[in-house]
Design a protein. Sequence first.
Length: 268
Amino acid sequence: MAITLPDLDLPDLAPGSVWLVGAGPGDPGLLSLLALRALQQADTVVYDALVDPRILRLAHAGAALDYAGKRGGKPSPQQPDISDRLIRLAGAGQRVLRLKGGDPFVFGRGGEEALALAAAGIPFRIVPGITAGIGGLAYAGIPATHRDANSAVAFVTGHASTGDLPDGIDWEALARGAPVLVLYMAVKHFARIAERLMAAGRSGDEPVAAISKATTPQQRTVETVLRHAAADIAAAALEPPAIIVVGPVVALRPRLDWFGRLARPDPG
């Protein structure tokens, strides 16, 4: 689909180069103009599992769409193979768009791919996207920071490349140091995470929200408290991708749930 951009002097996706682009959490309206530029110019779009199909429809008609999705527990391409694919395509003179859900540098392995491109001498550009830990919270009516609630926020992965809970996270220090925790890929291990947070001093009554398929028409949110969160999330059968937020900002949601009100219009 061709969309005319005004004359903003945007750069071109040059032959033989790769753009690592964040597609945001789902809603196509959250794409950047540079992301749209890349979709209009790419010869090949190498895209992740979490890229919304509506975004792929913005690619120009002649672009090849190359799926490279990685999903936990399912057969997936290995990261070195994806990086090699990008190098090979760019080496053949193609204009390559590596389209990743959220932001390439926030738990998106964009750093690994950029390092591989740099080692191979392939020109590349990083185009940031809105990460789910910001955009997903906003669509659930939860600010990541609020001056009356928190002056720090921590982004944490709940899922290591091995599929287990990540080693090397000091949960006690994290529990003490960040009033608000935003956890990516944490549903599977959240019972253990909650235990560690409470053992480190977080209250079992602390507000928690889990947001599934954020910013899409399928968005669902479960509000609960830390001691019951794992069971409540499991009972709701939330589908991935999901973001979990722990902290006082969750309590603001009843007043700020603008997206939920759009889905549930006032009958009056």
